[in-house]
Design a protein around this ligand. Structure first.
Ligand code: SF4
Ligand code: ZN
Length: 405
C-alpha cells in the first residue's frame, strides 16, 4: 500500500506557525535534548526518503473502512472506522514525526486536500455502507482532524450534516493530537453533531516523559494531557487516550510496566476507557531502521495477555483496556507475535476479550514458548539509561546506513 516513488518531500523546520499548539517544551536535561535532536534528525531523514505521493492517488476515494467493536453505555456495539485519505500529520513535517508511525506514506504528504475531496470520500463510504447500522462512527485521517492545515472545518461540518441524517448514530470518534485541537474547532464539530457524543482519541502513548518524548518523539507532557482532558470535559467532549505497546528502546519487561503505569495514570484522572495501540513495523520510520538492525522486536502476544491480566487485577472495572487490532492504513512489516504456532489462538482470545473485557478468555491458553522464549524476553534487562541506549542504537543504525550506501 505504501509505494516508494521518486522525488522528495520537503521537511520544514517549522512548517507553519503553530498558533494552535499548547504543547509544553520538553524539559529534559541538555544531554536529553541532544538525544531528542538525534531522534528527530533520523526521523526527518527517513521521511525525506518517502518520496512524493503517487500521482494517481484519487483523493475523492478513502483509504478504506472496517468494522470493529465499540462501547455505548458499557455495552458492546458495532463501530465503523473510516480511514480518510488525507494531507498528513503536521508533526511529521515539523519534527520527522513519532518514531513508530508510518502513516505519512498513505497521505498526500503535505499537499492540501480540499474540503470537496474529503466530502467526496465520506459520500463514497455512504454509498457503499449503511451508516445507520453503526451506533458509533470513527473518522480517522492519519493525522489531526482538528488541525485546519490538515482538514478544512467546512469538510467536518458537511460530514456532520450527513451524520445527522442517521438517527442510529449516537457517537462520533475522531483523532487529533492534543496540541492541534483548538477549542473553537472542537466546539464547532460538537455543535454540528446536534447532541451526539463526540470523542477525541489522541496518542498519549506513555505517562513516562522519557518514553513519551525520547523513545517516541511525542512532543508533549502529562501536564498538556491533564489540561487537554479538562478542556474537553468542560465542553462535554469525551477523550480516549491511545497508549503505545512496546515503544522502541525499551525491553519487553519495561514495555509491559510502562503500559500498566500509564493505565494507572489514566485511572487516577478518572479515565476508565483506554485503547492499546500495538506497535507494528512501518516503512520509513525509526522503528523500521531499528528492526532492520535487529534492535527492535514487536511485542510478544504473551506480554499483551500479561498487561491485560495485570490491569484487571490492579484496576478492576476502573479500567477498560481495549486492544486495537493492528491493521493500519499502511503496510506493516512485522507485528505482535509469539512463536507462530500459538499466535492465532491468542489473537482470537484477545478478540473475544475485547467484547466484554473478560480476562477469563485467557484461561487455559498456553504454549511451550510462554515458559521458554517469552520468559527469556521478559527477564532480559538493559543496564543502560534510556538516553544512553538511544544514543548507542542510533549510532549503530547510522553506521550501518552509511556502510550500505
Ligand atoms: S502517531 Fe499521530 S502525531 Fe505521531 S506522527 Fe503519527 S499521526 Fe502524527
Ligand atoms: Zn507459542
Amino acid at each position: 500500500m505504501c509505494a516508494r516513488v521518486g522525488g522528495e518531500i520537503i521537511i520544514l523546520e517549522k512548517a507553519i506557525p503553530d498558533t494552535s499548539s499548547s504543547a509544553d517544551v520538553f524539559t529534559g536535561v541538555p544531554s536529553e535534548h541532544d538525544v531528542l535532536n538525534e531522534v528527530r534528525a533520523l526521523a526527518g531523514e527517513l521521511r525525506r526518503q518517502n518520496g512524493v505521493a503517487p500521482q494517481d492517488l484519487d483523493f475523492t476515494i478513502p483509504i478504506g473502512w472496517e468494522e470493529r467493536v465499540g462501547y455505548l453505555d458499557g455495552q458492546p456495539v458495532r463501530r465503523l472506522i473510516i480511514f480518510l485519505r488525507s494531507t498528513g500529520c503536521e508533526w511529521v513535517e515539523k519534527t520527522g514525526g513519532c518514531t513508530m508511525c508510518g502513516f505519512y506514506c498513505a497521505t498526500s504528504r503535505g499537499r492540501a486536500v480540499s474540503a470537496e475531496e474529503y466530502i467526496a470520500q465520506f459520500e463514497y463510504v455512504m454509498d457503499a455502507v449503511d451508516l445507520g447500522d453503526y451506533p458509533i462512527i470513527s473518522i480517522y485521517n492519519d493525522g489531526n482532524l482538528f488541525n485546519e492545515h490538515e482538514m478544512p472545518v467546512a469538510a467536518i461540518e458537511k460530514i456532520c450534516s450527513y451524520i445527522n441524517n442517521y438517527q442510529n448514530i449516537k457517537k462520533v470518534v475522531v483523532e487529533s493530537r492534543i496540541d492541534y485541537s483548538p477549542d473553537e474547532h472542537v466546539l464547532r464539530m460538537k455543535k454540528a453533531l446536534g447532541g451526539r457524543q463526540l470523542e477525541v482519541a489522541f496518542g498519549f502513548e506513555s505517562a513516562n516523559p522519557l518514553v513519551m518524548n525520547l523513545c517516541i518523539n511525542k512532543g508533549f507532557s502529562t501536564n498538556n494531557f491533564d489540561h487537554f482532558h479538562s478542556r474537553m470535559q468542560s465542553m462535554g467532549v469525551l477523550t480516549k487516550p491511545l497508549l503505545l505497546v512496546k515503544p522502541p528502546f525499551l525491553t519487553e519487561a519495561e514495555a509491559v510496566r510502562d503500559i500498566v503505569e500509564t493505565v494507572a495514570y489514566c485511572v487516577s484522572k478518572g479515565i476508565d476507557y483506554v485503547d492499546l495501540e500495538v506497535t507494528t513495523v512501518e516503512k520509513n520510520t525509526v522503528v523500521h531502521e531499528l528492526w532492520k538492525n535487529n534492535l527492535y522486536r514487536p511485542s510478544w502476544l504473551w506480554s499483551l495477555v500479561d498487561i491485560l491480566q495485570q490491569c484487571r487485577e490492579r484496576f478492576g472495572d476502573r479500567a477498560h483496556v481495549y486492544v486495537s487490532p493492528w491493521t493500519y492504513s499502511v503496510e506493516s512489516l512485522d507485528w505482535a507475535r509469539n512463536c507462530g504456532k500459538c499466535d492465532d489462538e491468542v489473537i482470537r482470545a484477545i478478540d473475544r476479550y475485547n467484547c466484554r473485557f473478560d480476562v477469563t478468555e485467557f484461561d487455559g491458553l498456553d504454549c511451550s514458548c510462554r515458559d521458554s522464549e517469552w520468559k527469556e524476553a521478559v527477564t532480559k534487562a538493559d543496564p543502560r539509561k534510556i538516553p544512553e541506549r538511544i544514543r548507542e542504537q542510533l549510532a549503530y543504525v547510522r553506521s550501518t546506513r552509511i556502510s550500505s550506501l
